[in-house]
Write a protein that binds this ligand. Structure first.
Ligand SMILES: [Zn+2]
Length: 543
């Protein structure tokens, strides 16, 4: 059917509800219910593409799901491990695969799949239907055994104490055999030999600790390759990470890939974790439905006590673990909270007058375009049929910035908006900038070299002052936020500074483009920015 909307594979979520039990605590063995955040995560993980087609001989031919993998960032003890355990049950013996669109009177019956619990799920016509994997191979993967234990220790009783015990009669200490020849294995950094072969589902736990130096980045990539070959998928769970470590979590969160589902709800930025009263508000926000007084399993006071304890030893860690926040190190460029205070969610209409900033690169740094409206709102425009953001990570493009993509984006920016001035750092992009200047005028497209200390220092100062005084503000672009957070002041002679990155992998290019587009706007205002009467506005519908 044409024009069908993506729909979650609800039968899978309902199957969890009917088969998974609470693994521990006083309510052990009772029916396990998904919290809203767990439901939301799985509903997106199992979001079926509207154009998915089921080929009975090869059900995993072509991607049926919208997302290739999921990333869930949640605070300590909120329920990531039981969620992963339930997710494993579903991928092991439940309807985790797309099996076509339901017609009238279609349904899922456990009896057809070797489960004697009697559960049935009637589909609505047009629902995506589900079926189990024929031979599921699941690898629970983490850096250490302690971490895989967290998941495995929730998984075994979840199977043994409920209806799944009938379907999976034996759960071993090391691995679990599944009916039909499938199995669930446990993999850590010390046992990498069995990695990634023919896997159908890989839960990767605590990916905030997976780095190049502990070789887990390689583990992740090997597993993604194995999954791709089988049409399988990975689910990544973690606490908030330390942004100086360039972990797998950070990489997946910051990448511009559109087929990664990311769920990470950070507490309001204006609340300080060091202030006891505000910290309690942060915990209330973060733990929300999981708190006792909302019917959940978390006692707020014990979280407070644990957090206070950790705060004394490692405040950044405490804020990441219990406050669910990415905490930057010392020496950041902008005052704490300034960026978050000046965020706004605004849709800029096509035809709006803007200035632009462009920071180009070749193969190591990123390339970015940012725009600012006449009233001081800066944003990352989107381009092309997929509405991609105009920020390019070379790693996403086979190691080199895709110049044709960038050129297409610049074209679209100029045809969508009325660009009054466009400042470009010329490094490695001289010829393209020359062409854009020819096409749009050299009073509009202007080379602006960011390595000039005096000019750059002045631009940075103007930028911070205008942000502080509310003369300029910006969108919620997560990449720009990260890049701005990465910026460090590098001292230069004459009491001046420029911006630098704290380490090679912590990029700042979107921040540089942001500074350039603001400098262009500030120069326009200085020259008395009078709106042009638009001659002919092209009607472009922005999503
Ligand atoms: Zn059943």
């Amino acid at each position: 059917m044409e024009g069908r909307r993506p729909a979650p594979l609800l039968v899978g979520l309902e199957w969890i509800d009917a088969h998974c039990v609470i693994p521990d605590g006083f309510r052990r063995g009772r029916r396990w219910r998904l919290y809203d955040f767990q439901f939301r995560y799985l509903a997106n993980f199992y979001l079926v593409r509207g154009d998915a087609r089921w080929v009975p001989d090869d059900p995993v031919l072509g991607p049926a799901f919208v997302f290739r993998r999921g990333l869930l960032v949640e605070s300590q003890k909120k329920g990531k491990s039981p969620l992963t355990a339930a997710h494993i049950c579903l991928e092991g013996v439940g309807p985790a695969l797309f099996a076509g669109w339901a017609g009238r009177d279609d349904g899922y019956a456990c009896a057809d799949h070797g489960c004697r619990c009697g559960w049935e799920f009637p589909y609505e016509p047009g629902d995506p239907m589900g079926m189990p994997w024929p031979t599921p191979l699941i690898q629970i993967t983490a850096l250490s055994e302690e971490q895989t234990d967290n998941v495995y220790d929730a998984l075994r009783p979840m199977i043994e104490l409920g209806p799944l015990g009938d379907l999976i009669p034996k759960t071993g200490e090391e691995f679990i055999r599944l009916p039909g020849g499938g199995r669930i294995d446990v993999v850590t950094s010390s046992a990498q030999s069995r990695l990634g072969q023919r896997v159908t589902f890989v839960p990767q736990d605590e990916v905030g600790l997976w780095t190049a130096s502990n070789k887990m980045t390689k583990v992740a990539d090997t597993q993604y390759r194995g999954l791709a070959g089988m049409g399988g998928r990975a689910s990544l769970t973690t606490n908030a990470w330390d942004p100086s470590e360039n972990s797998v979590a950070q990489r997946e969160f910051e990448s511009s890939a559109l087929d990664v589902y990311r769920q990470f709800q950070q507490p309001p930025a204006h609340l300080s974790y060091r202030n006891k009263v505000e910290r309690r508000r942060i915990h209330r926000f973060v733990y929300a439905e999981a708190l006792r007084d909302h019917g959940g399993h978390i006692d707020l006071d014990s979280i407070e006590a644990e957090a206070a304890d950790m705060l004394e030893r490692d405040p950044a860690q405490a804020e990441r673990f219990f406050g669910n926040r990415i905490v930057h190190g010392h020496g950041a460029w902008l005052p704490e909270g300034l960026w978050e205070r000046t965020e706004a969610d605004v849709e800029v209409p096509s035809g709006a007058e803007v200035t632009g900033g462009f920071d180009g690169s070749e193969s190591n740094d990123w390339t970015a375009i940012r725009l600012e409206t006449r009233d001081g709102f800066r944003f990352t425009p989107r381009y092309g049929p997929d509405r991609r953001p105009t920020i390019w990570d070379p790693a996403q493009w086979g190691g080199t910035i895709p110049r044709a993509e960038v050129a297409a984006a610049v074209d679209e920016v100029f045809s969508t908006f009325l660009v009054r001035r466009f400042y470009c750092d010329p490094k490695e992009w001289w010829s393209e900038i020359g062409e854009w200047a020819l096409e749009h005028g050299d009073n509009v497209v202007v080379e602006w070299a960011t390595h000039r200390i005096v000019a750059m220092h002045q631009a940075l100062q103007r930028y911070v002052v205008d942000l502080t005084t509310g003369r300029s503000w910006h969108d919620l672009c997560p990449i720009t936020r990260t890049h701005v957070g990465n910026c460090r002041k590098l001292a230069r002679p004459g009491d001046r500074y420029i911006l630098g990155k704290p380490s090679e992998h912590q990029k700042i290019d979107a921040a540089m483009a942001d500074v350039l587009c603001h400098e262009a706007a500030a120069d326009m205002h200085e020259a008395g920015w009078q709106p042009l009467k638009p001659k002919s506005r092209r009607a472009v519908v922005l999503r």
